[in-house]
Write a protein that binds this ligand. Structure first.
Ligand code: PHE
Length: 449
């Protein structure tokens, strides 16, 4: 098994790939409406504080363990402790991460398929293929199976190229397109009637709302999901990072980009909703809250686009391409988790590993699509509500308690001889040892109760 390990060619390549993993469907369809319904600017502020005070340290735990061991999650966690029993727990946790990443990908692939369907239906409709266009945006099992299959094939075709020629190359191509599209769409929408109302609702701080405990817990939960934590994606990307890079600062740039893009998405989604409102499209649910998630993406926004003639067609296509790109750069990071494990632990070639992991996950997606009512929500709950935080706790415990302080400092000193003078060294080890596990534990217990 002497297969050579991949390594990101450049810092920018790594940052775009890791930010690509982090920036996904969650940022664009979850964050903006959550912010608007929960105190606007005050939520934004809380989210920023939580992301940097709690999610960033957990991200650093994954990146540092990955970079230190240059291994997949299972072998990396198995390598940190000395004690044989703990090594076994580490390896099993890594396998738990792999299973959870695969479960997330299995439902994510279905949703991403819908994005592909909407993105292609607008141009098809414009050139007269009305029936196909309608089929692509109407919920049905054959449509879900077809589009998920296509999306999984796309994901596999990137991952099979490896770290440099697959993941890094495509992240470098797609992330700038994603950011540019988001900026152009928001600038355009901001010129329309009603947009300023949305903007002021997004940004107006209502501090009375953020004191609610549930809100803090929700914001923290979404920060963890958004930074792709717990399942080994950040760990495996960290393992492909060169020893010359300063992990605390590249990690901070990744977190900043992720949060920055979520905030930027708010400048598109909220104004767009109030533009829709000004044009008579319903944007509130029966309880008076803003429509969100799937209703927002698949009914409110299409209804808005349809009030706009030709420009609406372009906007709609651009928007759903944006969503498809956001999904793809995340899904490749999820698939890389089992693929890296199969290559490093079982000596498979990247081709075989990608084929086996990709097809098994696609088959599971198929099973979900065939039993949609029963399985879709269940898989989301198991993987994101319980799996991710639980694994996140174990990763923090490994970094905080089982990684020898001298070895950790040596890791930080690889490219920063004064690492022991930095605030990072003074604060972070205590953070991952105590604060992160306790707070994630509280979230987990609360979400179970
Ligand atoms: N961070 C991604 C998003 O916001 C989801 C994700 C979770 C990606 C876990 C990888 C691993 O959509």
């Amino acid at each position: 098994m002497a297969a050579q390990r991949g390594e990101f060619r450049s810092r920018l390549g790594f940052i775009l790939a890791a930010a690509g993993s982090a920036v996904g469907l969650g940022n664009i369809w979850g964050f903006p409406t959550q912010a608007a319904s929960n105190g606007g600017g005050a939520f934004l502020f809380t989210y920023l504080v939580l992301a940097f005070a709690l999610a960033y340290p957990a991200l650093m735990a994954e990146l540092l363990i990955g970079r230190h061991t240059h291994r997949n999650m299972s072998q990396a966690l198995g390598a940190l402790p000395q004690h044989a029993g703990l090594k076994r727990i580490g390896m099993l946790t890594g396998i738990g991460g792999l299973v959870t990443a695969s479960l997330i990908l299995s439902f994510y692939g279905i949703v991403a398929g819908w994005m592909l369907g909407f993105a292609s239906s607008y141009p098809l409709e414009a050139i007269g293929f009305t029936q196909s266009a309608e089929w692509l945006i109407t919920f049905s099992t054959p449509r879900n199976l077809t589009l998920t299959g296509i999306f999984m094939a796309l994901t596999m075709s990137v991952v099979v190229g490896g770290v440099e020629d697959g993941i890094e190359r495509w992240s470098r191509r797609l992330m700038p397109i994603l950011i540019a599209t988001l900026v152009v769409l928001s600038l355009y929408v901001l010129t329309l009637d009603g947009a300023m109302t949305g903007l002021s609702i997004y940004l107006r701080p209502d501090f009375s709302k953020i004191l609610s405990g549930d809100l803090l817990i929700d914001a923290l939960g979404s920060a963890f999901f958004s930074l792709s934590l717990g399942v080994g994606t950040m760990l495996i990307y960290g393992s492909y990072l060169s020893d010359n890079e300063h992990v605390p600062s590249v990690g901070a740039q990744v977190a900043l980009l992720d949060v920055g893009i979520a905030v930027l998405a708010g400048f598109l989604i909220l104004p767009a909703m109030y533009v829709a409102d000004a044009r008579g499209v319903a944007i509130f649910n029966a309880a008076g809250g803003l429509l969100s998630e799937d209703t927002l993406i698949f009914s409110v926004l299409p209804a808005l686009f349809s009030t706009m003639d030709t420009i609406g067609l372009w906007l709609a296509t651009a928007f759903f391409i944006l969503m498809s790109i956001a999904a793809l750069t995340s899904s490749i990071s999820m698939l890389e988790v089992p693929v890296a494990y199969l290559i490093e632990r079982h000596g498979l070639s990247r081709h075989r590993a990608t084929l086996i992991a990709g097809c098994s996950i696609a088959a599971f997606s198929g099973l979900i699509a065939l039993n949609f009512e029963r399985l879709f929500g269940l898989v989301i709950t198991i993987s994101t509500r319980y799996g991710q935080p639980l694994l996140g706790i174990v990763v923090c415990l490994f970094a905080g308690w089982l990684w020898h302080r001298d070895a950790l400092l040596a890791e930080l000193k690889k490219n920063d001889t004064a690492a022991d003078q930095r605030w990072f060294w003074k604060i972070w080890p205590l953070y991952v040892k105590w604060i992160c596990p306790i707070i994630i534990g509280v979230i987990l217990v609360r979400s179970i109760l």
